[in-house]
Ligand binder design. Structure first.
Ligand SMILES: [Zn+2]
Length: 311
């Protein structure tokens, strides 16, 4: 069993809450509306971006940094204290050279390398992704469960492959997202985070997140009761969502989402971007997970996957 982890939060805050927002399907209009609301509530979270529009057909219609109006808006978020995160170079698979160019463009636009990233599902240059998220017998089970759809598909960590960029990731990026869990308290589900996995050496540190892929699942995850539990447990939530998936419809931000975020924002919580939270949890020491800890995380994630069938 994983033991729960109680953290002492800065300034006598009672818990932490943040979001990594995946840019899939997000229009500029929806992004501006949702982030305007978050900013007004005092939340400062992490906005994932695609720094370039790639040469192939996009896998998604969300905006990239190459689209009109996107960069000035992202700069305004940065100035307000939001973090800009990386979501691969673009929405389709990139070669090593294209990924390197994407990261250079990111640094040019935002003044620094990305500190946190999350992989885009459709990109075959993802590191340790698909079956490679799992080890040994868990990998075999995952392949059966997914009917080998993710077998031999992701190559970002494979030296010599045209999609390899593991060395670049290790040099430039601190935190990469891996497992997703159903509870609001991500830290309870993954008390080791951020952790280094010696079997996956090109990633400096992994972090986990809570399942809230679209407006409905986020609202189900952050109910009043769940918020109170997060506070009582002194926990930390890293919600993984797509603000392009149903948060802004008919010209307005979803009413239930507004109600829930307003409520949590009035609590004594620490509302900082993903990397700020992970830096604090790491606070100088490096957690290398053991084989037993890895097995526990993998088993727990597989159980969640069987139930929800999500990424
Ligand atoms: Zn994505």
């Amino acid at each position: 069993m994983l033991s729960s982890r109680m953290a002492q939060w800065p300034d006598n805050k009672r818990f932490a809450f943040t979001v990594f927002d995946d840019p899939d399907s997000q229009s500029l209009e929806a992004g501006e509306a949702v982030y305007g609301f978050l900013a007004d509530c005092g939340l400062r979270t992490t906005k994932g971006v695609w720094p370039v529009r790639g040469p192939l057909k996009a896998s998604d219609n969300g905006i990239t940094c190459a689209d009109d109006g996107c960069v000035p808006w992202l700069h305004s978020l940065q100035r307000a204290g939001f973090e800009i995160g990386f979501h691969n170079a673009t929405s389709h698979t990139s070669t090593r050279e294209e990924t390197v160019c994407g990261l250079e463009r990111f640094a040019e636009l935002f003044g620094n390398n990305p500190r946190a990233m999350a992989h885009h599902y459709h990109c075959n240059e993802n590191l340790y992704w698909g079956e490679h998220r799992l080890t040994g017998v868990h990998r075999a089970f995952y392949n059966l469960l997914t009917r080998f759809q993710h077998h031999n598909r992701y190559f970002g960590h494979c030296e010599g492959h045209p999609y390899f960029w593991g060395d670049v990731c290790r040099e430039k990026i601190t935190y990469v997202r891996n497992f997703v869990f159903p509870g609001i308290n991500t830290l309870r589900e993954c008390p080791f985070m951020p952790y280094h996995d010696p079997r996956r050496p090109y990633v400096n540190f992994w972090y986990a997140s809570s399942e809230g892929a679209n407006v409905r699942s986020m609202n189900d995850r952050i109910t009043e009761a769940a918020q109170d539990r997060l506070e009582e447990e002194g926990g930390a939530c890293v919600m993984y969502t797509h603000f392009g998936h149903g948060y802004h419809e008919g010209g307005a931000v979803n009413a239930r989402f507004r109600e829930l975020i307003l409520r949590i924002s009035r609590k004594n919580g620490w509302f900082v971007p993903v990397s700020t939270l992970l830096d604090y949890l790491r606070s100088g020491s490096t957690t290398c997970i053991s084989d037993a800890q890895r097995r526990t995380l993998e088993r727990r994630w597989l159980a969640h996957k069987i139930r929800f069938g999500t990424a």
